[in-house]
Design a protein around this ligand. Sequence first.
Ligand SMILES: NC(=O)c1ccc[n+]([C@@H]2O[C@H](COP(=O)([O-])OP(=O)(O)OC[C@H]3O[C@@H](n4cnc5c(N)ncnc54)[C@H](O)[C@@H]3O)[C@@H](O)[C@H]2O)c1
Length: 247
Amino acid sequence: MQQVAIVTGAGRGIGLAIAERLATEATQVAIFELDRQLGEEAVLRLKENGKQACFYQCNVAQPDSVASACAALEHDLGAPQVLVNNAGVIRDNRLEKICEEDWNTVIDTNLKSAFLMCKAVVPLMRKAGGGKIVNITSRAWLGSIGQVNYSASKGGLVSLTRSLALELASDFINVNAVAPGLIDTPMVRSLPEHVRERLIQAQPTRKMGRPEDIAAAVAFLTSDEAQFITGQVLNVCGGKSVGLSLL
Ligand SMILES: NC(=O)c1ccc[n+]([C@@H]2O[C@H](COP(=O)([O-])OP(=O)(O)OC[C@H]3O[C@@H](n4cnc5c(N)ncnc54)[C@H](O)[C@@H]3O)[C@@H](O)[C@H]2O)c1
């Protein structure tokens, strides 16, 4: 039977790499993306590589948008077996410079979105007899200067993951999180060069990871090999979560 996997924010960066990794002859990937052009280009790219993908325009921070995209997906493809909550944004600044709008945008896009997507998708997974959910959090959930909004959203995502894993274990729905470190994507490339360079120097590896490194972790957590793993956070951060690497 054909599988269906939803990946949010899959128009570029980590989400696109996850979509490319999960899409196979046996798995149709539904790209839930805010930006129509990015979403359509991503589908084209996957199809050119012989993969199965379709695009649903969706703002994952908006309840109506999530509800209508999920209803359209169910109508077109049936129940999804995999949900990857990847869409996320940054609005970095020190506390005194973060305005309420930036706080709300980050919390809504990074955290409320996972609540909305899970609320819409879990009943479908239950009916289908099970599924796998992976939330893309960040190493920054452990704490990060200039990111109180972002790290709070990602810490919330870890707590959501752990609680939902307990709630859904008896429904055969696994809920895990992947916590990337610094990954070379358009999000990171949008940072000023001196900031990016400082972040690279703070890596134990002194280099950024690749979106494919995150996709590999997601592929494992959504595979049958991971059927007894739930409620966990898999750090894919070149050792940054361990601690400072300077002598
Ligand atoms: N790049 C990193 O170093 C890094 C590190 C840790 C965690 N992460 C997390 O990984 C995820 C992907 O990051 P990335 O670096 O690929 O980012 P990116 O900015 O390159 O891509 C994010 C994608 O999400 C989409 N998106 C944004 N808001 C949306 C919304 N409301 N609804 C639907 N789609 C929306 C964007 O259009 C874009 O296509 C994010 O959750 C991010 O917080 C990234």
